[in-house]
Design a protein. Structure first.
Length: 103
């Protein structure tokens, strides 16, 4: 399993801002190693964020996203103490889920 994500959710005046830092190498499949062999593609494909079992953010990534991607977005409806769950799935079937409490 991949390294934990850093997830922060802060509610201000009815709007919750979520910031996510995902740890992933995000290989494009175009680079070569020192021996000249192509490094296989390995990148996050889907990111889902849920609040109270409802999707509040959904993204589809491709190989052009940088290493250790960072996301930031806002949504309405959360209050302090609620949980926000972030899950990603990559092209090799690996996944990671982490949760943050709205502050």
């Amino acid at each position: 399993m991949a390294d934990p994500m850093r997830v922060r959710a802060i509610e201000t005046a009815g709007i919750t801002e979520v910031k996510i830092l995902m740890k992933h190498d995000m290989e494009t499949g175009l680079r070569k190693d020192a021996a000249g062999k192509v490094i296989p593609a390995h990148f996050i494909q889907n990111v889902t964020v849920k609040h109270k079992d409802k999707e509040v953010f959904l993204a589809q990534f491709g190989p052009s996203i940088s290493k250790d991607p960072f996301l930031s977005f806002k949504f309405k409806g959360a209050v302090k103490g609620d949980k926000v769950n972030v899950t990603w799935l990559d092209n090799k079937g690996d996944s990671r889920s982490d949760e943050a409490t709205v502050a």
